[in-house]
Design a protein around this ligand. Sequence first.
Ligand SMILES: Cc1ncc(COP(=O)(O)O)c(C=O)c1O
Length: 392
Amino acid sequence: MLVYLDNSATTRAYDEVIALMSQMQKEEYGNPSSLHTMGLAAEKRLRAARRSLALALCAREEEVYFTSGGTESDNTVLAGLLALAAHGKNRLITTAVEHPAVLEPARRLESLGFKVDYIGVDRHCHLNMQQLEAALGEDVAMISVMAVNNETGTIMPLAEIGRLKERFNREHGTAILLHTDAVQALGKLPLDMAGALRQVDLLSVSAHKIHGPKGVGGLYVRKGTKAQPFMLGGGQERAFRSGTENTPGICGFGLALDMATGRLSERTAAMQKARAALLSALKAEVPDIVINSPEDETASPAVLNVSFLGTRGEVLLHTLEQEGIFVSTGSACSSHKKGQSHVLTAMGLKPKEIEGAIRFSFSEFNSPEQMEYTAWKVKEAVTRFRRLGSFR
Ligand SMILES: Cc1ncc(COP(=O)(O)O)c(C=O)c1O
């Protein structure tokens, strides 16, 4: 049995997405900037994909841009802050648990003279809102807080942060921007830029986490928000993101959006069912475990992070792999780096809890049967590891 439980790292593309991308590359390969009919056909396809992204975010078409992924979207937003430093806005508020696509540009900003506040979290990765409120000031250019943490699935209180920002801006006559990295939220939670997220000015998304292709993403920029382009060149994407458009990828993203966000409740119900089945089986079958993800309404249906005490996550990962089960020890992007997860460390976990941590992340393709099999194999592996460990 193949049980893929690393969907926060990436997902299998929908068959329909692969078919469309293949057709675009074989037959509809025109450059949208070309004036002939093949160019116009590509342009039409691009417009349809833009409509899909705008629809998924309850946004206007002129507010969304295509990029090469979540990393480029995040980098574009943070690099754009340099232009605000001249106006006395040289501070960024972010969190200690952001993805490196935000943390690394934040460090770059620090090296260029910006001050960055990294807001802390509690044991289940809930943001310290008092610390965030206290950090607000007229020199703050932006608050950047992820919508859902990629290692624990904790949903961040963006609507509340938005209200805080709006009140501070009104009372102080200033214009702090709010950005969110919503890569792990797209296709799992409603993202309503006209409703709950109406105070969010900029939002990053990525295609390959929702059964779209790798190397494609999106950036939402609220109308009226001054954002700086990062990629300069031929003026594509209304001069905000130059470079010949990745039409097969963008159209694949558009279709994945239609298929994933168009069936949001059905998809999340399937993920929720798989997550709940695995959680209860692990609790029943495996002693000495610690649940690092929240267990209330602040939990994404897509992620479950568990520490198996007395084991090493990495060894567990490779043992499970031999049984056809694919999981992660932390975020895929940091798992090749030495050192411990910055997220679990910021949550204040003990070293043995960090060492034994495994992230299971779900898709609509996971079934309760797969979860029974996984829990059983985890139990076997953990028992064996603990037994052998005690011999040493
Ligand atoms: C929260 C978050 N932000 C950004 C990214 C990077 O996105 P991409 O792989 O599209 O560059 C990821 C990918 O793991 C992520 O989980």
